[in-house]
Design a protein around this ligand. Structure first.
Ligand code: GLY
Length: 369
């Protein structure tokens, strides 16, 4: 795919401002942009077995051509690699390769690689810089920006981690063309979430885009990164409530994902169901106009995302998972609801409302024009 002039979004954090660049062909310019960011010396690329076959050679060459000494560590593709033991393996591999406190890491891959590599960078020699090279939609528009890093344990996802902001993010939309169709389309759930909470007009752009076309997405990706960047600037460590608004659709969505078994329903597919649930609750408890719920549902449907809950996922089991969600403040279900398009807020929601919403997900929605 031809290179394009990259768009640049700055994440204006007072202590650690950084650039997020979006453009086709950026992976091949990693070395040049790393050098311009002031990074020097020895770098360790962390990537997974799928992404390594596609892009490792190009990224390694770019870094070497810019004068960096490069080593790499490849993890098995999949959520199971986002673990303490894989973070220890990566640290030890990079220590053996000679990286030290003056080195930096490069996270090349999707959300698993980005979260793990960010965590390794946060703890390696008590913290070294890292660059994010996200290669999926969710990692480009969400997880590579904002410095949330971490690993999963059997007790839950992302329960161990650190805030550690990247020094640079290079999002190359050309990588999206190599995603299998289901993994390409699942990414739109997070984009639709951004539209719902901050930029409702984006739903029109999303409805106008062919859901099977993985090109011409630079503007949509850049707009989403800008939404994420502004939220992170307002509430870097998720203390004021603003960043928590990014959890719209995620409380029931995470419960569905966990119960289905990670990998059975892709994250974005579970979030699609969670977004439908959040619109039902928003209509009931916050007076959201059903026409806007309908538009969200139509957009999810346009990207072939699931909207009807499988009978194999029972309500008592889902309620049990919802109760374990770490987003619950002191045992109260804190939900993100929408008052109106683009206007989200945090609210207490009763268990009985959650239960009836889960039940409502069992019937097919009927999106109309
Ligand atoms: N993905 C949600 C956040 O970064 O806060």
């Amino acid at each position: 795919m031809a290179e394009s002039i990259p768009k640049t979004i700055t994440v204006n954090l007072s202590r650690t401002p950084y650039k997020v660049m979006v453009g086709n062909g950026l992976l091949a310019q990693t070395g040049q942009h790393a050098a311009e960011t002031g990074l020097t010396g020895h770098c360790g690329i962390l990537t997974d077995s799928n992404v390594a076959t596609l892009y490792l050679k190009e990224v390694r060459k770019s870094l070497q051509d810019a004068g960096f000494h490069v080593d790499e560590h490849i993890i098995p593709a999949g959520e199971a690699s986002k673990s303490m033991s894989h973070s220890e393996d990566a640290c030890r591999a990079f220590i053996r390769a000679g990286l030290d406190r003056k080195s930096f890491l490069v996270a090349l891959g999707g959300g698993v690689v980005g979260d793990l590599a960010g965590f390794v960078a946060a703890i390696f020699y008590r913290g070294i810089p890292y660059i994010q090279l996200p290669t999926t939609i969710v990692s480009q528009v969400d997880s590579s920006v904002g410095g949330k890093t971490g690993v999963n344990t059997v007790e839950g996802k992302n329960l161990i981690g650190a805030f550690h902001q990247p020094s640079l993010v290079l999002a190359d939309p050309a990588t999206l063309t190599s995603l299998p169709p289901r993994e390409f389309r699942e990414g739109f759930a997070e984009i639709i979430k951004h539209a719902a909470i901050r930029d409702p007009a984006m739903l029109d752009d999303l409805l106008a885009h062919d859901p099977n076309n993985a090109t011409n997405l630079t503007d949509i990706i850049a707009n989403n990164i800008a939404i994420k960047a502004r939220i992170v600037e307002e509430d870097e460590k998720e203390t004021s409530g603003t960043r928590a608004l990014l959890n719209f659709g995620h409380t029931i969505g995470h419960a569905i994902e966990a119960l289905a078994g990670y990998g059975n329903l892709l994250h974005g597919e579970a979030i699609s169901l969670g977004l439908r649930a959040a619109t039902i609750l928003s209509e009931k408890l916050a007076g959201l106009d059903p026409a806007f719920s309908n538009k969200i549902i139509k957009t999810l449907h346009h990207y072939h995302l699931p909207l009807t809950l499988s009978p194999t996922l029972t309500t008592p089991e889902l309620m049990e998972k919802v109760g374990r969600d770490k987003k619950f403040a002191a045992g109260n279900p804190r939900f993100v609801l929408l008052k109106s398009p683009g206007n989200a807020f945090l609210a207490d929601v009763s268990l009985s409302d959650i239960r009836s919403t889960i039940e409502a997900l069992r019937s097919e929605p009927n999106p109309t024009d």
